[in-house]
Design a protein around this ligand. Structure first.
Ligand SMILES: Nc1ncnc2c1ncn2[C@@H]1O[C@H](COP(=O)(O)OP(=O)(O)OP(=O)(O)O)[C@@H](O)[C@H]1O
Ligand SMILES: [Mg+2]
Length: 583
């Protein structure tokens, strides 16, 4: 029998015999079209191969050739601005080469191999280097310098290094070590299922500032942290992820889109590349990599996509950047896993998902962290996954497995979305386990009384829910004035602070400093109203005041006018409650 022959085909899963020296995770070129596949199971003489491309027309009896290499991504200048599928095939290029649809087995390079990059070295001959060290850099985009790292595993003295214009395949340096000479190019590879090594993980004590008030102030995520955005259909998962991609203070964004509907991905592919980076005014794609899976692409590529994304993200982290990866939605990824598991005839676990679903999800989120890199620098990878539980019920396996490992939970709520309260993040169910880690950062960088101000207003929001229950029983009029005051300020908090319009030029982003001034103003308003109530003014008389109006419009005030505006507000506070009551 000839070497490597297909004996069985079941959708994306193919069985072959006589594969040469088969090992788990070896990449196999399957069939006459040489489709990309990966060994996912071995028994006796059989290799079970998961194929990353459409297997229509593949026949039993065709070959299966072992490449003896794991599924890897190519790492080099040119990644930023690219749009890839789940196994790093460039979407635009594939479409150019094979027409409108994605032809199978097309061998296209993920990166431009003809383009010359201007390489500037930062080490010289004789210097000692080891894996992960920076030996030079190129201007990859107007926003990002791409640092060229010594491939992991290489160690020794720089024998020679050149500067000038090079393609990613040309040798730029030679390292001489114990194991001989290694030619270094700008291009290197890394297997996607293995996280890139770091020296250590730091505590998560610096926030990822997103400019989204409810996130930064109430439920912050740390740089290098993990967050989940579960939410029912149409509740705002994608808008939130896009806002994070656009506004968060990450240097690099990796956006993994797994759409249920083709048109949703088309929408993302046409909208994200049009976004402008707010700091520089340049296209956001200058610091973004997109990985797109539409529902008509093979499921196995979707399964691989989050690992491809994580590996590209770790590579930029290793250059010393703060990277944020958004996966939208991880439920679609889990469904791919379920389908493949079914094809492999594995014992199904809860709701048909494989028993290892939780382990896989945990493994993915473990790749997050703010770290000391191998070259002694600091970088971070923040992982933010949307989850779309069917019917919005988070008791299902994917939501549960995600919530067990992520430390921030932004609970999108259909009722809030229906009431047009955006972002429709439920402030009572959501949480951040980074709050105490981040406290000292907020105190040092925003305001000493940050924790108290925030607590006073979050208490009001929690209290509002309780008072509302009482209202159900006895009606609003029977409430004590102090409870009416709680409802009054909670409403201000909800409408003037928590609600934020992602489509308004000014409101879309609020600096952390301005966030503080808005909640602090609400607290000052609360104190002034409390004083008035204590001196006998009913809450009904505290409506429509100028101070309240100023609070309501504060989110639309630009940063440069904020100081003057706050002075105006402080003056207006003095008039609350009118003149002290006559004796
Ligand atoms: N922060 C926001 N500001 C204004 N409008 C918003 C905001 N968030 C969501 N919306 C509105 O809600 C709509 C649905 O949001 P989005 O597409 O993000 O939902 P989704 O949860 O991703 O839905 P799906 O389950 O279909 O993927 C948006 O088109 C927009 O009109
Ligand atoms: Mg969506």
């Amino acid at each position: 029998m000839e070497e490597g022959m297909i004996t069985r085909i079941s959708g994306a899963v193919v069985e072959a015999v006589n594969v040469k020296d088969p090992k788990m995770n070896d990449i196999i070129r399957v069939g006459n079209d040489k489709l990309i596949g990966e060994i996912v199971r071995l028994h006796d003489d059989k290799s079970i191969i998961q194929v990353y491309e459409d297997t229509t027309n593949l026949r039993v009896g065709e070959g299966a050739e072992n490449t003896h290499a794991p599924l890897s991504v190519k790492l080099a200048p040119g990644l930023l601005g690219s749009i890839f599928d789940g196994v790093q095939r460039p979407l635009e290029k594939i479409m150019e080469e094979s027409g409108d649809f994605i032809r199978r087995g097309v061998d296209v390079e993920p990166l431009d191999t003809a383009k010359k990059w201007k390489f500037v070295s930062t080490v010289k001959a004789g210097d000692k280097v080891k894996g992960g060290d920076i030996i030079g850099e190129v201007d990859e985009t107007p926003l990002v310098k791409h640092r060229i790292l010594v491939p992991i595993g290489v160690e020794g003295d720089i024998e020679s290094i050149e500067e000038g214009e090079f393609t990613i395949n040309e040798t730029i340096a030679v390292v001489k070590g114990g194991r001989g000479k290694t030619e270094i190019r700008m291009l290197q590879e890394w297997p996607v299922r293995k996280s890139r090594p770091v020296v250590e993980k730091f505590p998560p004590n610096i926030p990822l500032i997103t400019g989204q008030r409810i996130l930064d102030t109430l439920f912050p995520v740390a740089k290098g942290g993990t967050a989940a955005i579960p939410g029912p259909f149409g509740s705002g998962k994608t808008v939130t992820q896009n806002a994070l991609a656009k506004w968060s203070d990450a240097d690099i964004i990796v956006y993994v889109g797994c759409g249920e509907r083709g048109n949703e991905m088309t929408e993302m592919l046409s909208s994200l590349p049009k976004l402008k980076d707010p700091k520089s005014g340049k296209p956001l794609m200058n610091r973004t990599i997109l990985i797109a899976n539409t529902s008509n692409m093979p499921v196995a590529a979707r399964e691989a996509s989050i690992y491809t994304g994580a590996t590209l993200a770790e590579y930029y982290r290793d250059m010393g950047y703060n990277v944020a990866l958004m996966a939208d939605s991880t439920s679609r990824w889990a469904e791919a896993l379920r389908e493949l598991s079914g094809r492999l005839e594995e014992m199904p676990g809860e709701e048909g998902y494989p028993a290892y679903l939780s382990a896989k999800i945990a493994e993915f989120y473990e790749r997050a962290g703010r770290v000391k890199t191998l070259n002694g620098g600091t970088g971070s990878l923040t992982l933010i996954g949307a989850v779309s539980p069917p019917g919005g019920d988070i008791s299902e396996p994917v939501s549960q497995a995600t919530l067990r490992v992520t430390r921030v939970f932004w609970a999108l709520d259909a009722a809030l979305a229906n009431a047009r309260h955006f972002p429709s993040i439920n402030w009572l169910n959501s949480y951040s386990l980074y709050e105490s880690d981040l406290d000292s950062w907020y105190k040092a960088n925003v305001s000493k009384d940050w924790t108290e101000v925030k607590k006073e207003l979050t208490d009001i929001l929690a209290r509002e829910a309780e008072v509302n229950e009482v209202v159900q029983l006895v009606g609003y009029d029977a409430l004590a004035e102090s409870d009416k005051l709680t409802l009054d300020i909670a409403k201000v908090m909800r409408e003037d602070f928590l609600q934020q319009n992602a489509f308004d030029d000014i409101d879309a982003f609020t600096s952390i400093n301005k966030q503080y001034h808005i909640i602090n103003s609400i607290r000052l308003l609360l104190e002034a109203e409390k004083k008035a109530v204590d001196s006998g003014v009913p809450v009904s008389k505290l409506q429509g005041t100028r101070a309240k109006e100023l609070v309501a419009k504060m989110k639309f005030v630009t940063e440069d006018k904020l100081d003057a505006y706050l002075k105006d507000f402080t003056a207006a506070l003095k008039n609350i409650g009118g003149k002290p009551k006559e004796e």
